[in-house]
Design a protein around this ligand. Structure first.
Ligand code: HEM
Length: 528
């Protein structure tokens, strides 16, 4: 009503032309901006990329290749692979597979109106990850981590440098040794639980994936929070629920954008975030008080992190402001987010693959029993495990938990002879590089742990092409932690059980954030 009165008043005054003119101009300007963003800019960028010899898909208004890639993923997901087939790349990422076939190992496609350059060449991938061409942003992670963990993984520039300097000492191998009792206590709990659930014939069938996720969540709770790990467990439950909710959004919509709407699911996600923050704030404050009173525990991640934070110095060696309590909270949450799912899917695939290849399962068990008998594995023994390490590497090659790493240009940059403007996504596919026969040989899709017998650098043909933990300055901070945990868990499982695939197992590796078995990991366990 009031608006109508305003317009009729304006219409009857000499100002009317000016008001309508301004409104019209504003509308036209907005429409022009939208057109520039959704049509002219992508078309211009496409011409620029093609003019430099880069091949790729033609831009489709607004959605780019999202619909097509979504459709192909759905179709591939509906058809499981044959058992024991490790040629999984076309099944897991059919769109990229087609792009490589049609346009080569360096090509572009469209993430909506944003151009995405995909790199499947290991030398170029290493150069990008090492910042050889300059610094990139990690915007996707920042968006995802908003409700989970805005820790070091989502920072850029000076903030990233500072946090990484503070975090690194806590993940040093010498410090990880202190955490070994926590690793073995959690693995022992799992073995006891499985043993007690066996049928009277000493056999049972189960989906091992959820139990292995509980294991890796427990390991983080204990290693991060020491004696307060029961509170840590509550955080693990809440963070697991948060991840489940995020995964359901990604499965439904392909991208997590919907996360910001005021829906019931999103309100619950905000509630979880508040509760996790409040538990962590309480635990951290108690710990800081204890440190002030001279009673500090330094053999858990939180203690090590706070100690390293207090000792923090800047690049010139001067003592400087470390992290705030809020920063420490976000880093603790990140340990769950970055370390739980990744390590649990590594363990899950290892059990699946060793069920498919019993000869390697026997060799691994022989090695474990030879080193430890039935006793708890110790640090020195774990570092002497050769067969188990080769197996874990081969599983990480064939089934990398993080299949792609994303970056974005924030200014004009030249990569491998191609000039990219600001705002281009750059995607590096560990999955395709790990499955490339030009690099690994004609047996690329076979499970052959012996290719790692002389270490990682000799495993592939003249090129270093093994990236499960990323590369360069942003390489995974927890890789030693994850490998030590995986060796401990596999050793203790192999000491107690033989395992094979259950008849209900369906082989369908599926990338929802991590590469996981779409229908679970149904395995038959038998007590030894
Ligand atoms: C098998 C297990 C794991 C795999 C495959 C894995 C993989 C990765 C990869 C690929 C990256 C780099 C991503 C990029 O460059 O964009 C990364 C970063 C990171 N990971 Fe892991 N990770 C694992 C376990 C862990 C564990 C156990 C923790 C900690 C408890 C952890 C903490 C982190 C952190 C904090 C970063 C960010 C580092 C930075 O940006 O400076 N990860 N991880």
């Amino acid at each position: 009503m009031a608006l109508g009165a305003l317009f009729s008043a304006a219409a009857s005054t000499p100002w009317s032309f000016l008001v309508y003119g301004l409104l019209g101009g504003l509308l036209l300007w907005q429409a022009g901006r939208l057109l520039e963003l959704l049509w002219w800019r992508p078309r211009r960028l496409e011409r620029e990329l093609r003019a430099q010899g880069l091949r790729g898909t033609s831009y489709r208004f607004l959605t780019g290749d999202l619909k097509e890639s979504f459709r192909m993923n759905k179709e591939a997901g509906s058809k499981p692979l044959p058992l024991r087939c490790h040629d999984i790349a076309a099944h897991v990422a059919p769109f990229v597979h087609n792009a490589i076939r049609e346009h080569g190992k360096l090509s572009f496609s469209w993430f909506g109106p944003i151009p995405k350059v995909t790199i499947n060449d290991p030398d170029l991938a290493r150069d990008v990850l090492s910042n050889k061409f300059g610094h990139f942003e990690k915007p996707q992670f920042r968006a995802l981590s908003k409700l989970f963990a805005e820790g070091v993984a989502s920072h850029e520039g000076e903030k990233w440098v500072k946090h990484r300097r503070i975090l690194n000492p806590a993940f040093h191998l010498e410090k990880l040794k202190l955490m070994l009792p926590a690793f073995s206590a959690c693995c022992e709990e799992l073995v006891v639980r499985w043993t007690q659930s066996l049928g009277s014939n000493g056999v049972m069938e189960l989906d091992v994936a959820p139990d292995l996720q509980t294991l890796t969540g427990d390991v983080i709770s204990r290693t991060a929070f020491g004696s307060s790990y029961l509170e840590g467990r509550r955080i693990f439950e809440l963070q697991s629920e948060q991840i489940e909710r995020l995964m359901s959004i990604i499965q439904k919509f392909g991208i997590p954008g919907y996360m910001y709407l005021p829906t019931k699911n999103n309100r619950r996600m905000r509630q979880i975030r508040t509760e996790v923050n409040s538990i962590l704030r309480g635990m951290i404050s108690k710990r800081i008080e204890a440190i002030k009173e001279g009673d500090s525990t330094k053999d858990d991640l939180l203690g090590l992190l706070l100690e390293s934070n207090i000792r923090h110095t800047n690049e010139n060696g001067e003592s400087s402001m470390g992290m705030t309590i809020d920063d420490v909270i976000e880093e603790c949450k990140l340990f769950y987010f970055a370390g739980m799912e990744t390590t649990s899917v590594l363990l899950t695939w290892t059990m699946v693959v060793l069920s498919m290849h019993p000869e390697w399962q026997d060799r691994a068990r022989e090695e474990v029993l030879g080193l430890f008998g039935k006793s708890k594995p110790g640090y020195d023994g774990l570092s002497h495990l050769k067969i188990v390490t080769m197996i874990l590497y081969e599983v990480l090659r064939l089934y990398p938990p993080a299949t792609v790493f994303s970056r974005k240009t924030y200014k004009k940059m030249e990569i491998g002879g191609v000039t990219l403007p600001a705002g281009v996504m750059v995607e590096l596919s560990a999955l395709f590089i790990h499955h490339d026969p030009d690099i690994w040989g004609s047996d690329v899709h076979d499970f052959r742990p012996e290719r790692f017998a002389e270490g990682i650098s000799k495993a592939s043909k003249d090129k270093l092409a093994f990236f499960p933990f990323g590369w360069g300055p942003r390489i995974c901070i927890g890789q030693n932690f994850a490998l030590l945990e995986a060796k401990m868990a596999m050793s203790m499982i192999l000491q107690s059980f033989e395992f094979e695939l259950a008849p209900t197992y369906t082989h369908a590796p599926h990338p929802v954030m991590m590469l996981r078995p779409m229908h679970g990991a149904h395995i038959k366990l038998r007590a030894i």
